[in-house]
Structures are given as structure tokens and as C-alpha cells.
Ligand binder design. Structure first.
Ligand code: SAH
Length: 510
């Protein structure tokens, strides 16, 4: 039984993530972030038991039976629950059921939304000056009449004594309270809490791009919720601590807060950029378009070049995957960097240079203009007659090779990897574009633009969706294929540069 945390995928525990990796079956619901399923093995069975748009959630009996059934088949089951499994998650009931059937289990607690959603809204649940206690309370009367162990249905909530709850703690945290907000507010005031008492509702707390916060007082919050059409799931916070948000608010400010950004990158690289966006409060919509795969010749050409690696004067790297393929094949051949100690290394740009450093190699040269043509023109010294190795993508551009050949170098351009189009996620992106819930689409190479157009078909991007490109050649392709120039262009062709350009653009928009 694993606490998934409240939303932000980083808020799962180390133990929770490890248990997911081992599971044969993952049973999860709506409040667990789908990204957490990436921890599970490719072949693990994934069972969603939350509510679908027009369907009911699986019943608790159904979930219990499912857990027992998979356990009986000898499977390790990860029961992934939003927040903490024992805080209104019915984790207690599931544990009782398993114990009664002698099915062994462990419990990995999670970060509860009761504390984390306020935290991401800048509201500490205690504070030396404002609150020395907090209470977590269900806002939802249980009326399902379902049996649960020996307790009578509804008994726990039936015990709710509003006169006690009203002063249970300085800070009151209601879960599942949006629908019954009217009742909660009325009862608290009827039992002595002042109409001016500050109240906040935090919806989809910690979910980048989706978190919403509404602030008011016991006297006016019901009306505010009605006007804003504010919906569950939300944590309702009652108490003086709500005022601290003005000062401590952090997650939902800044230029990228609430922005919904399509991330089109090769699958291997997408997550890193997505993470950078999430840290800044934006929602990354990951749309992996390219997978990097071994070249069609099974590395024959690259391996062949590695046999005579000592004969090269320069090795020019044009991308991070090229660096990786080169270094991995070198290791596979039982060699290391001493094999090309006489060669100098060039990197087309900062990201490629960083990839080299990741393998313990320092680039000797980076061009001023970070393109293949730039590198070819700027490679220093007399290039005439020099042997240059150029590991690159199967469909790599020829500008670098051409520029070097023009300078009468002997160029060995070998295929180190191939990009294959992989339209996974096209359906989700199409839906989001149709709903109008996308602010920006980012492109990090010409091929991501091409593949984006291939994957989505001809439908033009609405002008409300801004186009962001990592560099000039990507921008050129975007202008050609999408019918307009990108609104956002990175000064420096790296992910950090792209991020800075996004921030700058949205800061200017206000
Ligand atoms: N076990 C969960 C709570 C499950 S009850 C936990 O510890 O967080 C479901 C209620 O939790 C929702 O109705 C809502 O009140 C609250 N909730 C869960 N995740 C939330 C989130 N990300 N933001 C706001 N409220 C959330």
C-alpha cells in the first residue's frame, strides 16, 4: 500500500518509488499522478480504479477482490493511493481485508494533500504566531450504507460534533469538503467561529499548471466558490494561517506558473525539460515524437571507425546522442579515451559539450555559431588533409561535412544512431488543442517540427498557442511547416536557453 503523494510526482517517497519498480500489478486511482506509473516495469499490469468521465469508480468491494485475486496468483501488487493511504483513503479498510485473508502487506505512507496542498499555496498549517495546532476533518457525510468491519455505516462521521470541531484546532483542514462547504461554514459560524475567519480552498494542489486557490472568509467563501465555479478536489483551510499566503506564496507565481506547455523531444530527453518546467509551476504536456534507436547497420560503420580511431585528427560531435553512441561503442570495443589521445574534440554547442563532459571528455573547441555549418567554418587551424570523424544521425544534415570537405579535410561521416518517429501521445495532444488547454508548444530541432506535423496531421495550430523554438534552424522549419514565425526564440540553443526565452516572453505578457 503506497502513498502516491498529492500530485507533484516528486512527492512520492523513495520507498514508494522502489516498491512500484518491483510490482507485477499497479492498482491506482484518480488522485495519484499518472507520471508515477513510469516507475512500474513495462510489463506490469496497470489497473485504474478511479472514476472515468462517465463511469463510476470501481466499488471498494471490487477493489478488495482485485487485490486478493492478484495476490492469490502470486503477484506483487502495488496499491497506489493519492496522498497518504491512511488519511481518508480507505487504506485502513483495504488493510483489514487483506489481514483477514492472511495476505501479507506493507504500508508506505505518503505526503498528504491535507498539508501539501496548503504548502504549495503558501499556507503553513502551523505557525508560531498564527496557529499551534491543526486538525484534518472529512467534509463529507458518509451515506453509502456500506458494511465496514464491525462498525455501523456512517458511524465515524455521525460522531462529528460541530461544537467540538469548530474549536478542534487553530487551523481546520477539510478534505472532500467542496460540495458540503455551505454546511461546514454554517456549522462553524453557528458554533462560534467569526464570519471574518480567513478561509482558502486549494484545488489540485501541487499539480503543476492545474493548482487553483481561492481565498475568502467564512462569511463570503460560499458565494466566491459559486461565482468562480470552483470544483473538487480541494482542501479547505480555515484559520489565521491563510493570511500568510500573501507573504509566502511561491508555487503559483512567476512567469511560467499555470502555463501549459507541450514538450516535443526525443523520448529520452523529454523528462528533463518537463521537470524544469514543473519546477517553475508550468504543466508539461509530454509529447515524445522521436525515439533514438541504433542505426540500421547495427553500428557497423561506427565500430569500423573506432578500429582506426587513433588515425583521426578531429572528432566532431553534433548532438548529445552522437556522443553517447560513440562513447558506448568505444566501451563495448574494450577501449577508452586513451585510444584517441591524439585527436581533438569539437562540440557543435553547449548541450553536446555537456554530454561530452558527462563521459569525462573536455571539448577542445566550440564554434561561435552553434550549427553544423558554423562548426565546419570555424574549426580552427589548418584543416587541409586532416582526418575528421563525424558520428551523426542517419538522416543528419550535411552542412558540417560539406563545409569541412570544402576546406579539403578528409571526412568520415558515420551513422551513430537513428531518429524514428514515435507519435505516442498524439491523441492526448489533439484533445488538449481542441479544448484550448495548451499555451505553448516547444520545438528543439527541425525534426521535432516535422514529426509534430506528421503526427498531428494538417490541422493548424490555433494562434492562442504560442510557438517556441530552440534556435534559428528550428525556427525556419517551424515557419515553413506551421505557417507562422515562432513567437518565442531562445538566445542560446539549449534547454536552459529555451526556458529563459519562455520566461521572458510570459513576463512581458504580464
Ligand atoms: N489520502 C488522500 C485523501 C483522499 S480523500 C490524502 O492523504 O491526500 C480525497 C480528498 O483529498 C479530495 O476530496 C480532496 O479534498 C483531497 N485531495 C487529494 N488530493 C488533493 C490535491 N492534490 N489537491 C487538493 N485536494 C486534494
Amino acid at each position: 500500500m503506497i502513498g502516491a503523494g498529492p500530485g507533484d510526482p516528486k512527492l512520492i517517497t523513495v520507498g514508494g518509488a522502489e516498491a512500484l519498480k518491483k510490482a507485477d500489478v499497479v492498482v491506482y486511482d484518480r488522485l495519484a499522478h499518472p507520471k508515477l506509473l513510469d516507475y512500474a516495469r513495462m510489463d506490469a499490469e496497470r489497473v485504474y480504479v478511479g472514476k472515468k468521465a462517465d463511469q463510476h469508480a470501481m466499488t471498494q468491494d471490487g477493489i478488495n477482490a482485485l487485490l486478493a485475486d492478484r495476490a492469490a496468483a502470486g503477484k506483487t501488487v502495488a496499491r497506489l493511493k493519492g496522498g497518504d493511504p491512511f488519511v481518508f483513503g480507505r487504506g485502513g479498510e483495504e488493510a483489514e481485508y487483506l489481514r483477514e485473508r492472511d495476505i501479507p502487506f506493507v504500508v508506505l505512507p505518503g505526503v498528504t494533500s491535507a498539508i501539501a496542498a496548503p504548502a504549495y499555496a503558501g499556507i503553513p498549517v502551523t505557525h508560531r504566531d498564527a496557529a499551534s495546532s491543526f486538525a484534518v476533518i472529512t467534509g463529507h457525510e458518509r451515506n453509502d450504507g456500506r458494511e465496514s468491519g464491525t462498525r455501523l455505516p456512517g458511524e465515524a462521521e455521525g460522531r462529528r460534533r460541530w461544537d467540538k470541531i469548530a474549536y478542534a484546532a487553530d487551523t481546520l483542514l477539510f478534505l472532500m469538503g467542496v460540495e458540503n462547504l455551505g454546511e461546514i461554514v454554517t456549522q462553524l459560524m453557528a458554533n462560534g467561529r467569526a464570519a471574518e475567519t480567513p478561509v482558502a480552498l486549494v484545488r489540485w494542489g501541487t499539480w503543476a499548471g492545474q493548482q487553483e486557490t481561492l481565498v475568502g472568509s467564512l462569511g463570503d467563501i460560499v458565494e466566491r466558490v459559486r461565482v468562480a465555479k470552483f470544483k473538487a478536489p480541494a482542501v479547505t483551510i480555515v484559520g489565521e494561517v491563510v493570511k500568510l499566503r500573501e507573504k509566502i506564496r511561491w508555487f503559483d507565481i512567476g512567469p511560467l506558473a499555470g502555463k501549459r506547455v507541450i514538450v516535443t523531444r526525443a523520448r529520452e530527453q523529454a523528462s528533463e525539460f518537463a521537470e524544469m518546467l514543473r519546477e517553475r509551476g508550468a504543466e508539461p504536456i509530454e509529447f515524445p515524437l522521436i525515439s533514438i534507436v541504433p542505426p540500421a547497420d547495427g553500428y557497423a560503420a561506427l565500430d569500423n571507425a573506432l578500429v582506426r580511431i587513433g588515425s583521426y585528427d578531429w572528432i566532431c560531435f553534433v548532438s548529445a546522442p552522437a556522443v553517447r553512441a560513440f562513447c558506448e561503442r568505444l566501451t563495448a570495443a574494450g577501449k577508452d579515451a586513451r585510444a584517441f589521445a591524439g585527436a581533438k574534440l569539437a562540440a557543435v554547442g553547449p548541450a553536446t559539450a555537456e554530454a561530452l563532459r558527462g563521459f569525462g571528455l573536455q571539448p577542445d573547441f566550440l564554434p561561435q555559431i552553434a550549427t553544423g555549418a558554423g562548426l565546419g567554418a570555424e574549426l580552427p587551424g589548418e584543416v587541409f588533409g586532416k582526418n575528421v570523424l563525424l558520428p551523426r544521425a542517419a538522416e543528419g544534415e550535411d552542412a558540417l561535412a560539406e563545409a569541412l570537405i570544402a576546406r579539403e579535410a578528409t571526412v568520415d561521416a558515420v551513422t551513430a544512431y537513428a531518429n524514428v518517429v514515435d507519435g505516442a501521445g498524439a491523441e492526448e495532444v489533439r484533445e488538449r488543442l481542441a479544448e484550448g488547454t495548451v499555451d505553448v508548444v516547444t520545438f528543439t530541432s527541425s525534426s521535432t517540427v516535422k514529426n509534430f506535423v506528421t503526427a498531428l496531421g494538417e490541422a493548424p495550430l490555433p494562434t492562442s498557442v504560442k510557438i517556441a523554438c530552440i534556435g534559428p534552424s528550428t525556427a525556419k522549419t517551424a515557419t515553413e511547416l506551421l505557417g507562422r514565425a515562432p513567437e518565442i526564440l531562445a538566445d542560446e540553443p539549449t534547454m536552459a536557453g529555451l526556458l529563459a526565452a519562455l520566461e521572458g516572453f510570459h513576463a512581458r505578457q504580464g
